[in-house]
Design a protein around this ligand. Structure first.
Ligand SMILES: C[S@@+](CC[C@H](N)C(=O)[O-])C[C@H]1O[C@@H](n2cnc3c(N)ncnc32)[C@H](O)[C@@H]1O
Length: 197
């Protein structure tokens, strides 16, 4: 890789600031409400999600299909974007639990904060930060989720170390993501725009 991590993060912030404005038409995979419905999130929770958060869902799967959070759990959503999964986690864990959503891009977090305020939950907070250096104390989370994010991390081993640092012993990491099934051509590996796509 010829780009520095800071350059890639800058490019990612630019890209996701645009996604915060208009998520439609920016991805090669389905996004928004139609995608959420196909991914079989719990129907009774979907009715409680403000439409702005449904529209801004740009994840690639359903992390709760790997296991449902329990009441009282602490959950960290890495690369929470506009906070759809964070809000669903907050509904699962209830008032005795707590959810933190972390994202690189302030504009996505602004949508997330407005959406969760509209939903009226108070066990959910959002903070700006990066997967490679999470702003969360060690051994805090019962569950860490990420949806379409770790493929964007500039250093995967560091990001995975951070996941395991913030997890409680015996905690779970449930990730859904895009994965490479073949070696990338060098030209693409060195293409800065491709690192933020
Ligand atoms: C494909 S979107 C997924 C958003 C959200 N998880 C969802 O399902 O709608 C990727 C998100 O990850 C954030 N992101 C990208 N690289 C990141 C990093 N290194 N650390 C934290 N967030 C990152 C972007 O700002 C963007 O909001």
């Amino acid at each position: 890789m010829t780009q520095r991590p800071e350059q890639i993060h800058e490019e990612l912030r630019r890209r996701y600031a645009k996604v915060a404005e208009q998520p439609k038409g920016q991805f090669a995979y389905p996004v928004g409400k139609e995608s959420v419905e196909r991914l079989l999130y719990r129907r009774n929770f979907l009715d409680l999600v403000p439409s702005v958060l449904l529209e801004h869902f740009v994840g690639v799967g359903n992390p709760f299909s790997l296991g449902e959070p329990q009441p009282g759990w602490t959950v960290l959503d890495i690369g929470c974007g506009a906070g759809f999964d964070s809000l669903i986690a907050a509904l699962y864990v209830g008032p005795t639990g707590k959810v933190i959503g972390v994202d690189l891009t302030e504009q996505m977090l602004a949508v997330a904060r407005a959406g969760s305020a509209a939903a009226g939950v108070n066990n959910l907070e959002f903070c700006q930060g990066i997967a490679e250096s999470l702003p969360v104390e060690s051994s805090w989370a019962d569950l860490v989720i990420s949806n379409g994010v770790l493929n964007l991390a500039t250093c995967k081993p560091t990001a995975f170390r951070e996941v395991f640092r913030v997890l409680k012993p015996g905690g779970r990491y449930q990730a859904v993501d895009l994965v490479l099934v073949a070696e990338l051509p060098e030209k693409l590996r060195n293409d800065q725009a491709a690192w933020s796509n």
